[in-house]
Design a protein around this ligand. Structure first.
Ligand SMILES: Cc1ncc(COP(=O)(O)O)c(C=O)c1O
Length: 400
């Protein structure tokens, strides 16, 4: 019989993080007491200044289509933000606003990749990069890193991964899931690879404002004009402004890429939601260092509590992540132990055990191409973190 679904649709993997978040919600709906550390979103509300922008847009009648790449005032505000906060010079016509940074990344990959191309992805990596690359018919080439280098990829390993087909390298700093923050030295090494081998750098900077312990985020495109000409910088309002549901992301790129992304978007979604664009504009216009500092300080306290608590549980260990809002904990010490007669054989088993025995939802490292680890989001209250740690410690103490 003729296949009903395309090869592409049959091959694509669902997002593990979204699936586990949904599973935790479903268990709660069934009345189970679940503490969830799966979510990739801040737990606090979108700030009033952004909401006001949306309400004013509705009342002013801004409820129709806009140009595909976004309203000019928003692209101007993004252009100014790129220059002010990142040292990146992207004119407003070098910016495309999309329906979330995930959509921006999809547009970027679609604009630059052909079937057969290869894309270097340092791992552990965010779940969507490999799938998006595969959806283009291209091949993700993974370059693993571990705790010994703070999860930063080794330059020689990156170089060895290059082939004639390598078209791009993905750079996610601060990184989801590890919290790794690339230093200028690392950025320079990646930039020199890109320049020497004529690669695109797809720089996902969505967690830029969340850095700790004196680490600071730097944009690779700010290194030089040559590097900027090889860089597609992706960002959005989801994480910095607790606006995950508004679906506004954006990219800055050289003109030919921007034209391609905009043209592709013409045929896929047209503009991102007009009202949400006005909310994002208000967010960018009103954000000051006080806002960013208060968000960062809140996450920092939670981060410390999570790291301290996890390291007190025998069999689990983690370093203090320098960015984003996740802890990537090594649970290899729990693998091989028994619960109710069953052996925990993988980090996926450990996650399933914690869900069942402790009512604690986490995301196993398998989803990030890093088995042996669990990702725990600390974008939740300190009380939930404390309770979750206690429950996990109690459950782990029952392992044989
Ligand atoms: C590394 C990374 N990039 C991009 C995104 C997508 O963000 P958005 O909500 O803007 O699509 C996420 C969301 O989890 C992320 O973790």
């Amino acid at each position: 019989m003729r296949r009903l679904l395309s090869e592409r649709a049959r091959q694509v993997q669902p997002s593990l993080t979204l699936a586990l978040t949904a599973q935790a919600q479903e268990l709660r709906r069934q009345g189970k007491d679940i503490l969830s550390f799966t979510a990739g979103e801040p737990d606090f509300d979108t700030p009033d200044f952004a909401k006001t922008g949306a309400l004013e847009a509705i009342h002013a009648g801004y409820t129709k289509y806009t140009p595909t790449p976004g309203i000019l005032p928003l692209r101007e505000a993004i252009s100014a933000k790129f220059e002010r906060e990142n040292g990146l010079r992207y004119a407003p016509d070098q910016i495309v606003v999309s329906c979330g940074a995930k959509h921006s990344l999809f547009g970027a990959f679609m604009a630059i990749l052909d079937p057969g191309d290869e894309v270097i992805i340092p791992t552990p990596c965010w779940v969507s990069y490999p799938e998006q690359v595969r959806l283009m018919g291209a091949t993700p080439v993974f370059v693993p890193a571990d705790e010994s280098t703070d999860f930063l990829p080794d330059y020689d390993a990156l170089r060895r991964a290059l082939t004639q087909r390598t078209k791009a390298i993905v750079l996610n700093t601060p990184c989801n899931p590890t919290g790794a923050v690339y230093s200028r030295q690392h950025l320079k090494a990646i930039a020199s690879l890109a320049l020497t081998h004529d690669l695109w750098i797809v720089a996902d900077e969505i967690y830029e404002h969340l850095t700790y312990d004196g680490s600071t985020h730097e944009s690779i495109g700010a290194l030089s004009k040559e590097v900027l000409n090889r860089t597609i910088t992706v960002n959005g309002v989801s994480k910095s402004f607790a606006m995950t549901g508004w679906r506004i992301g954006y990219l800055g790129a050289p003109p030919e890429v921007v034209r391609a992304v905009s043209c592709l978007q013409d045929q896929m979604t047209s503009n991102a939601c007009t009202i949400a664009q006005h909310a994002a504009l208000a967010a960018l216009q009103n954000a000051d260092s006080q806002w960013y500092d208060s968000v960062r300080m809140t996450f920092d306290r939670r981060r410390q509590r999570m790291v301290e608590g996890l390291n007190r549980i025998e069999g689990i260990r983690c370093g203090a992540p320098r960015g984003a809002f996740y802890v990537f904990a090594n649970v290899q010490g729990l693998i091989g132990r028994r619960w109710q007669g069953r052996v925990l054989e993988s980090s996926a088993d450990v996650a399933a055990f914690l869900l069942e025995a402790a009512g604690v939802a986490t995301v196993p490292g398998e989803g990030f191409h890093a088995p042996g680890y669990l990702r725990l989001s600390y974008a939740t209250s300190e009380a939930v973190i404390q309770a979750g740690i206690e429950r996990m410690a109690e459950a782990v103490s029952q392992l044989k």
